[in-house]
Design a protein around this ligand. Structure first.
Ligand code: SAM
Ligand code: SF4
Ligand code: SF4
Length: 349
């Protein structure tokens, strides 16, 4: 079926294709680059339950976003698997794929980013509920380095079991996200590449970003994607591969010997704002149009005050058509950083 809705474009001509939904602000890890344990300790106050969007509210908003051109929904957080019964939400969202809002020619892509800690027990239910793909974060294969980077002292074995289970139930090929922090896990890049080479899974090395205000980010900690490619290529020769689609965040590189591919996400050294078609829905229902935003547009308030679908759609459309974001492109030119950026766990990575 076709839809007659006019697809909005922002001030730089970008459409809205990708919605990342943060389903919880809580997490069972304390990665120092995202939720440092010294800040998010036992006394930290997370959002009370009634402030979270309900599954019905998320689904209602997702339907509106699909109508406006979104064809990819990614559940994230915080850690999405710690939200109780998240598979019910997956099932509700998967149901939208056959709904009137989605163009039959472009099936909706429904995926999730997780730290994998609960994946061994959740993978089957997620798959059965309609999840088709999954991204698992894994920053190191070494006990001590991984323990440091999850802030909880856990080794990688449980996450690796989660990845194997996800593969077994049919969530493969799996994307494995690794945030590279110089001086902490940059020595693990080649090992990670070696481990997943030939499995069909794709490791994506992400430049450590200055999201939020609390992760102690410094440019010195960033390992440029170019260096990641050079280091891996020295061990296993790589050649560039074409992007799968316009606006793909990861730059693709494939092994010359045909044993698979890796990706690099160069958000700091080679910003890709001009193709950024992503919006984020925070745990409490704010629409955020840039990972580095200082504020978002509240959709929960109007929704709970009785706004109709048309009214909500016009709110989203208004925000998107006024969007000017290109923080990463401007980062180096900014003399004064935005005062209070939103934290990653709240808006979803
Ligand atoms: N908890 C889930 C996880 O870790 O996969 C989902 C949420 S997490 C915020 C989403 C992604 O953002 C993860 O792959 C994580 O490694 C990445 N991330 C978090 N903080 C980051 C930072 N400062 N720079 C780059 N990537 C970051
Ligand atoms: Fe939790 Fe993911 Fe943030 Fe790590 S990156 S603290 S796993 S939300
Ligand atoms: Fe998109 Fe903002 Fe990142 Fe640029 S800085 S790519 S606009 S999220």
């Amino acid at each position: 079926m076709t839809t007659t809705t006019l697809i909005p474009r922002d001030t730089l001509g970008r459409t809205l294709r990708d919605l990342r939904i943060s389903v919880t602000d809580r997490c069972n890890f304390r990665c120092p680059y995202c939720m440092p344990a010294e800040v998010y300790g036992t006394r930290y106050k997370f959002l009370p339950k009634d402030e979270l969007l309900s599954f019905e509210e998320i689904t209602r908003l997702a339907r509106i976003f699909l109508k406006l051109g979104v064809n990819k929904l990614r559940l994230t957080g915080g850690e999405p698997t710690v939200r109780a019964n998240v598979e019910e939400l997956v099932s509700m969202l998967a149901g939208l794929d056959d709904g009137p809002s989605v163009d039959a020619e472009r099936r909706m892509d429904l995926t999730m980013t997780t730290n994998g800690f609960l994946l061994e027990q959740k993978a089957q239910a997620l798959h059965d509920a309609g999840l088709r793909r999954i991204t698992v974060s894994l920053d190191s294969l070494r006990e001590d380095v991984f323990a440091k980077l999850n802030g909880r002292g856990y080794g990688p074995e449980r996450v690796l079991r989660g990845i194997r289970k996800a593969e077994e139930v049919g969530l493969a090929p799996i994307k494995v996200n690794c945030v590279v922090v110089r001086g902490t896990n940059d020595g693990d890049i080649v090992d990670l590449a070696r481990y997943f080479r030939g499995t069909g899974h794709i490791v994506r090395f992400i430049e450590f970003m200055d999201v939020g205000n609390l992760n102690g980010w410094k440019l010195d900690y960033v390992v440029p994607a170019r260096e990641v490619v050079e280091r891996i290529s020295a061990a296993f020769p790589l050649e560039p591969a074409e992007p799968n689609y316009k606006g793909e965040v990861a730059e693709r590189w494939r092994y010359v010997d045909g044993s698979g591919e890796i990706g690099v996400i160069a958000s700091v050294t080679q910003p890709f704002c001009q193709d950024c078609t992503r919006a984020r829905l925070s745990t409490d229902g704010k629409l955020i149009t840039c990972l580095f935003a200082t504020t978002g547009k509240d959709l929960r308030g109007p929704m709970r005050d009785g706004a109709s679908d048309d009214e909500l759609e016009s709110l989203v459309r208004g925000v998107w058509t006024e969007r000017t974001d290109r923080y990463s492109e401007l980062r180096t030119a900014l003399t004064e950083k935005p005062r209070k950026k939103i934290e990653m766990y709240y808006i979803g990575g």
